[in-house]
Design a protein around this ligand. Structure first.
Ligand code: HSE
Length: 428
C-alpha cells in the first residue's frame, strides 16, 4: 500500500489538534484515501517542552533541512504562526517542491497571492482552509462548491473573542472590560487582545476570503477597520429598542463602482440569521447569484476544529500526490483590484447625541440633518436630567461622508453637548 508522508512545522494548539485527529481517525482516513497518510517528522525548536510520547515512526526534529531534504516527505504543514520565520519556511518548502498546508492567516493576508504564484511556478499545491474561521469549511466551499456563482457579498462574524464579548455585553449587561476579562479567563482572548478587539484578526480573514470570492489580490491593508473598544452598554440598549443587535462584522461587497471591504461593529436586525450567532462561534453569510443566500456556522478556533480543516487540506493534497496531479490549481487572483472607498458606501446609521434639554433643540438637530440631505427614520428621546437629554437617531441609508459632515456640524452646535456614538446599520 502506498504511503504519503507529512511533516508538521510547529506543535502548538493547531499542530497538536491536527496530529491528534490524524491519529484518532487514522484507519478511517487511510480507508477513505485508499493509501496510508503518515506524519513522520515534527519540527519544533525545543522538543523537551512537549511531554508526549510520539508513536513509532514519528520524531521531533530541530532543523528544517532534515524535512526539506527528505524526499519521502511530500506535504509540509505550517502551523507555527507568526510571519517572518513562517514565511521563510513556507517559501523554502515550496522552492523544494514540497506541497504546503498553512493555517497562518497573518502570513496569507500579507503574502498569500505571492505564495500562491510561487506554488504554481513550482508545480505544487498550497492550501489554507484552517486560516479562516477555524473549523468551518469555508475556503474550499468558496473556491469549489460555490465557484459557479458570482459572489456579490460576504458578511461574517469572523472573530470569536469579540463575538463572545459583545454577546456578554448584550445578554448579561456586562461592561466591555468585564466581558474582555471573562474572554481572557476562558482562553478566547490573548493577554494582549489588540488583534481581536481592534478588528485586525477579522480584517486578515476578510482579506483572504475576499481574494478567493472576488478573484483579486486583496491584502490586510485594503480593509477599512474599526474595533469594538468604544462600544458602550447605552448603545446596545438603544439598539435593542430599535430591534437591533450589535456584531463585529466583516463585510465584502461588490458594487458597480468596485469592491468595498470593511470590518466594523454594526447593528443588524435581531431577525437576521447572523444575530443568532452567539458566544465564541463564527459564521459567514454568503450572497451569490446562484445560491441566493447561504450561511456557514461553527467553531472559529480550537485545537480539533482547526485541526479538522488542516487535515482536510492534507487529505486533498495527498490525493493529488497519489494521482501525480499537484500544481494544477489555477490561481484565484486574476481581476483588477478596483476597490471602493468605505466613505462612499450607503447605509443607515444610528447616532446617539447628548443634547441640551430645551425648546427647539430637536428642530436644530433636524435642520442640520436636513442640510446634509440625511433623512431620519426613527428618533428616541430620553431625558437624563432637567438640563440634559439623549437623542438616539436612526437615519435612512446615506453615504458615510454625509454622516461625517453632520457630526462635524453637530460639534459646532452649542446645544449638542456630545456625539456619543455613531454605528452603521446593516440592511435586512
Ligand atoms: N483569535 C481568534 C478569534 C481565533 O477570537 O476568533 C484565531 O483566529
Amino acid at each position: 500500500m502506498k504511503t504519503v508522508n507529512v511533516a508538521l512545522l510547529g506543535f502548538g494548539t493547531v499542530g497538536q489538534g491536527t496530529f491528534n485527529l490524524l491519529q484518532m481517525n487514522q484507519d478511517l482516513i487511510d480507508h477513505r484515501l485508499g493509501f496510508r497518510l503518515r506524519v513522520i517528522k515534527i519540527y519544533v525548536r525545543t522538543p523537551e517542552k512537549y511531554k508526549v510520547t510520539l508513536p513509532k515512526g514519528v520524531s521531533f526534529v530541530t532543523d528544517m533541512d532534515s524535512i526539506l531534504n527528505d524526499d519521502s516527505i511530500s506535504i509540509v504543514v505550517e502551523v507555527m504562526g507568526g510571519v517572518t520565520f513562517a514565511r521563510e519556511c513556507v517559501e523554502a518548502a515550496l522552492q523544494a517542491k514540497k506541497n504546503v498546508v498553512t493555517a497562518n492567516k497573518d502570513l496569507l493576508a500579507k503574502e498569500g497571492p505571492y505564495l500562491q504564484d510561487l506554488a504554481t511556478e513550482r508545480g505544487v499545491d498550497l492550501r489554507f482552509e484552517a486560516s479562516v474561521l477555524g473549523g468551518i469549511p469555508i475556503i474550499r466551499t468558496l473556491y469549489d462548491s460555490l465557484y459557479g456563482n458570482r459572489i456579490t457579498e460576504l458578511i461574517g462574524i469572523m472573530n470569536g473573542t469579540t463575538n463572545f464579548i459583545l454577546t456578554k455585553m448584550s445578554e448579561e449587561g456586562l461592561s466591555y472590560s468585564e466581558s474582555l476579562k471573562q474572554a481572557q479567563e476562558l482562553g478566547y482572548a490573548e493577554a494582549d487582545p489588540t488583534a481581536d478587539v481592534e478588528g485586525l484578526d477579522a480584517a486578515r480573514k476578510l482579506a483572504i476570503l475576499a481574494s478567493i470570492s472576488f478573484n483579486r489580490r486583496i491584502f490586510f491593508d485594503d480593509v477599512y477597520v474599526e474595533g469594538i473598544t468604544t462600544i458602550d452598554q447605552t448603545d446596545i440598549r438603544y439598539g435593542q429598542e430599535f430591534g437591533y443587535t450589535i456584531k463585529l462584522l466583516g463585510i465584502a461587497k461588490e458594487t458597480k463602482k468596485g469592491l468595498s471591504l470593511n470590518v466594523l461593529p454594526a447593528f443588524i436586525s435581531t431577525k437576521h440569521p447572523l444575530a443568532s450567532v452567539r458566544g465564541a462561534y463564527n459564521a459567514l453569510y454568503v450572497k451569490g447569484n446562484g445560491i441566493d443566500d447561504a450561511m456557514f456556522y461553527g467553531q472559529g478556533a480550537g485545537s480539533l476544529p482547526t485541526g479538522s480543516s488542516v487535515v482536510s487540506d492534507i487529505m486533498e493534497i495527498a490525493r493529488n500526490v497519489a494521482h501525480e496531479s499537484t500544481g494544477m490549481f489555477k490561481p484565484f487572483f486574476y481581476s483588477e483590484k478596483n476597490l471602493y472607498a468605505p466613505g462612499k458606501i450607503e447605509s443607515s446609521y444610528y447616532m446617539r447625541l447628548i443634547v441640551e434639554n430645551s425648546t427647539g433643540v430637536l428642530a436644530k438637530v433636524a435642520s442640520k440633518l436636513a442640510e446634509q440631505r440625511i433623512s431620519v427614520q426613527s428618533v428616541l428621546q430620553r431625558n437624563e436630567d432637567e438640563n440634559t437629554a439623549t437623542l438616539a437617531i436612526v437615519t435612512a441609508p446615506c453615504p458615510r461622508s454625509y454622516i461625517l459632515n453632520v457630526i462635524d456640524s453637530f460639534n459646532h452646535l452649542r446645544s449638542v453637548r456630545a456625539v456619543g456614538s455613531v454605528i452603521r446599520i446593516m440592511p435586512e
